[in-house]
Design a protein. Sequence first.
Length: 264
Amino acid sequence: MTTAQSPGSPITMIDRVASLLQVFDGHPRLTLAQIARQADLPRSSAHRILQRLVELGWVERQGYQYRLGLRMFELGSKVVQRERLHQACLPFMYALHRSTGLTVHLSTLLSGEVLHLERIGDWPERGETWRPGGRQPAAHSAAGRAILAHLTEADWPDLTFPPPATVYGVRTRTQLRRDLERVRDRGGVAVDVQGCTAGITAVAASIGPSGGSLRAALSLCGPAETVPVQEAGDAVRIAAMDIWYAASGLTRRPARVPAITRAC
């Protein structure tokens, strides 16, 4: 048996807000009457929704007219930036995989975890947390610590410290602070030797300037016994810098990624 939606039900309200915002497509400024008519909403409902959207910064009011607010622009620009970053990353990720033989990940900070967005390379074959869509505690992973090192502690998300997979893992906030100091001393390169997963070494570098809103990292991983940490760190740092310049549309002579012995 289906139940009809009541006028105040969440799905109805979501539909109303969506229809109201969509009327601004192709119309920079509209009056309340125009918005209500084009969104097919009662004038009182349109006015009530608009008032709340103005309070939240999603819509701005100028006299008798409304337009999309800066909050909408801010969120939209983040989507554009993320898409530009993804497109800019792929050529460099493939080049990095070819030159190093290591698996390359593009990851982002999501709450207290890193989410792997893209992966070039087939190793490790097992382990869901290393696949695209997989998540790892930020404090445990090289990618997470590379991003955290670029942030002030006040800007950190709520971090969790679950028991690490090995004795080499980060267990406390104090250990994390010490590790992040080492990351900064290495020029922003984070190194995890079997701390996140037994048998795997990963090196990572944050993409973009310190304190930025991007919160993404590029990383390399391979078998712990064969990854040349110094050379891999240099390679991932250079590639992360090139990606940022490419995504930002800035002109920079690409640096030569150092070739290292293929490890996997």
